[in-house]
Design a protein. Structure first.
Length: 151
């Protein structure tokens, strides 16, 4: 009985693999209307406090670029323990460092969080900038007309 259940599960996985691949490919393409709407405000900001949210912001940046959405400025504002993770985790550090090579991409970090975590700007990838507080930078970006995402 267990062998039959395992066999059926295996067949289900094999049969659904092409569907999963198609679903993953189709999520990379954005509808044209969405591209047109987002293009109206070419300044985008993400406020993040977790690695998952940071990776989400980076993934959205990549998806927008792949779909040729015009971006003038894309900024990620970071606060919280994720800052310590970036400073200590080489893969995460390298991911941020590589992203900062894009001319329209910027990362700002909260000075209060940095102080509380006993971190210095030199502990983070070159190009990261400091802002007095997370919330004030978010307010400033909103005042400047950025579309802000705060997951």
């Amino acid at each position: 009985m267990k062998t039959l259940a395992k066999l059926l599960a295996l067949l289900l996985v094999i049969a659904s693999a092409p569907l999963l691949a198609t679903a993953q490919e189709s999520t990379k393409e954005m509808p044209q209307q969405m591209i047109e709407h987002i293009s109206k405000t070419p300044n985008i900001g993400f406020a993040v406090k977790t690695e998952k949210a940071l990776r989400g912001a980076l993934g959205n940046y990549k998806r927008l670029k792949e779909n040729k959405v015009p971006i003038e400025h894309f900024e990620v504002v970071i606060a919280g323990k994720i800052l310590k993770d970036i400073s200590r985790n080489q893969k995460l550090y390298s991911l941020v460092e590589a992203q900062l090579q894009q001319k329209d991409f910027k990362i700002t970090v909260c000075a209060v969080a940095m102080k509380n975590l006993r971190l210095h700007l030199e502990d983070l990838p070159n190009g990261v900038e400091m802002t007095p507080t997370y919330s004030l930078r978010i307010l400033e970006l909103q005042a400047l007309g950025y579309n802000m995402i705060i997951p």
